[in-house]
Design a protein around this ligand. Sequence first.
Ligand code: SF4
Ligand code: SF4
Length: 409
Amino acid sequence: MTNSLAPLEKYKDDLVYCLQCGLCLTECPVFKSTRLASLTSRGRMRILAGLLDGDITVNKRVEEVFNQCLLCEACAKVCPSGIPVGEIMATARSVVNSERGLPLTKKLILWAFSDLSRTGKLASFFSLPAKLVTKENETGLKPNSLLNKFLPLSELPKFGDKTFLDKFAGVHKPKGEPKGRIGYFTGCMTNLVYQKTGEAVLNYLLKCGYEVVIPKEQGCCGLPAFASGEINKAKEQVAFNIDAFSKENVDLIVADCASCVSMWEEHGGKLINKKLMEVVEIMGFLDKNNILPDKLKVKRGMRLGYHAPCHTRDNEISRKAPRKILQQNSTDFIYVPLETEEKCCGGGGSFGLLNPELMLNIQKDKVTEIKEKNIDIMITTCPSCRLYLASGLARHEQNSIVCHPLELV
Ligand code: SF4
Ligand code: SF4
């Protein structure tokens, strides 16, 4: 065994615990799309065994196999042996990176997420030339037909001239005596792109009587780095955020991104070997405290649907809360339950950018159903899902809006 494989050694026991039962195949969106057994948790456990036994080396195919996973952990949910899929995949990717180098697209993504303020300034600098090759609509930028042929996304994110943190970092007081002091972790996408979500979260928490603290010094949650196998970078980012919030004496932290919350909850503490403060997904928090909005500002008769992000799979309250808002008896809108409501959007962070064909194939049924059922507004609680869904809908010339539920309040 070469030295670079050493980080995988600690999963030797998991190789024994994997029963090769194949239950993971039944849930895996990549397997359903490709029918390739190597692209499943079971297949990767076999490859891992081959690597550790020295039967195979880290070659191009091994790199592809480890990179073609959404880290959605749908397989982990059904695995009778509790194989820690996310952790194994991140470690395997770190090994692949050390042998074969990090792909350029991932390098660029991690560079962009490593300093949000710099990325915001750069995006605003390029907004003028971007106007020449894209058309702005309500939700994003539509590339012209030539550019569309070369890009994995058919709707690009629209960056603000300033970041959300530039505009709203600080302490925000509600009217009257605060019910509690809440820290708001904005995450990269809300900070740079979906700033309306940030404003909606802030305003709703204030309306509910909470004092909201938004530290200026907060950064990426670390998930893109972790998922790329850049474990040390992820550790730095987790530690940086903990430092930012631990100075603020908040009761808990809320985030509007289900994926950021999963990073804090599932991997953050383990990475830096420390018990972290409580971080909760905003809709789950509102439901737990019986303060979910009871009215949505939408045009009468609109058809609304819900996309449940994979990263809410471990949190039933957060997963159900947006659906609860839609299920209320409202004469203002029609809730249209989708058969594909719980299916993956195919995005998986940078997965969709690196595997565009696979991403389009995975999201095809969902996008088709949204189009067939003529949904006007899709709500979801993960900005990455939002980006990929909006892009998929634009590709199918369906003008549905995709947004966070609090933007409709
Ligand atoms: S479900 Fe778990 S135990 Fe069964 S094959 Fe997949 S990884 Fe192995
Ligand atoms: S994490 Fe998701 S994409 Fe990866 S093997 Fe498991 S079910 Fe498939």
